[in-house]
Ligand binder design. Sequence first.
Ligand code: ADP
Ligand code: MG
Length: 272
Amino acid sequence: MSAPAAGNEAAGAVGAVGAEPVSVTVTGAHKRFGAQQVLAGVDLEVPAGEVTVILGPSGSGKSTLLRAINHLEKLDAGHVEVGGEPVGVRRHRGRFKELNERAILAQRGRIGFVFQNFNLFPHLTALENVAAAPVATGRRNRAQAREAARDLLARVGLADRAGAYPRQLSGGQQQRVAIARALALEPGVILFDEPTSALDPELVGEVLAVIRDLATGGTTLIVVTHEIGFAREVADTVVFLDGGRIVEQGPPAQVLSAPRHPRTREFLSRVL
Ligand code: ADP
Ligand code: MG
């Protein structure tokens, strides 16, 4: 489940999410599924308040990396820190011990996750989708959560759709609800896994506009996307992942316009 909750800004104005943005550090991440090495030593540093766009071919490990950051996937080796705090483990007498489920859920509340396929609760309205996690986690009472959810829906341009069920909304609207839901727990970082790949082309822009607003507001964002124009405009850093390794990273002007690695060049020639 992804999280979300309380923005305190009214309609349309997009500022910081509410929580302080946090940094994300991935060190030596290794992950294998069966015989396949899906992450083969990934080191990634995302400073607080910055936007990192991850590019890479299908199967290169992008989703696995995001899932590891959110502790939906356990690494074989390496570790993740969010806001300087290790994810999924705690230090105990100089050693790492696994966190229990409750502590993991608490950590996950600081990390918003937006999925390719929205993953809204089909039996809940837009408002209820956004208000659910803050109530379930005890962060807000029902009335507060609903009020905050209204603000968040306004912020993603859906003030008038609060009572609609997901099936009554377009894909772009559903994804904007999902973003409002991710904001509702006031995360310090939001992870986006191909947030526009399931959308009809004419609906991509409205979702990217919302993500762009979050970037402008200073939220830490890690965005897996094939939208190169968005990356060029919004990213502080572009990372190119291939075969479970970061083969190239740097500012968009370098990675996208003057890629150094042949694999990056080949990939860009296919998506541009
Ligand atoms: P990407 O998001 O870059 O397309 P993924 O991280 O989803 O790549 O997957 C990388 C590789 O790991 C793929 O070959 C995929 O089939 C495999 N994989 C991902 N998750 C699992 C899993 N739970 N079990 C087995 N293989 C998996
Ligand atoms: Mg993926």
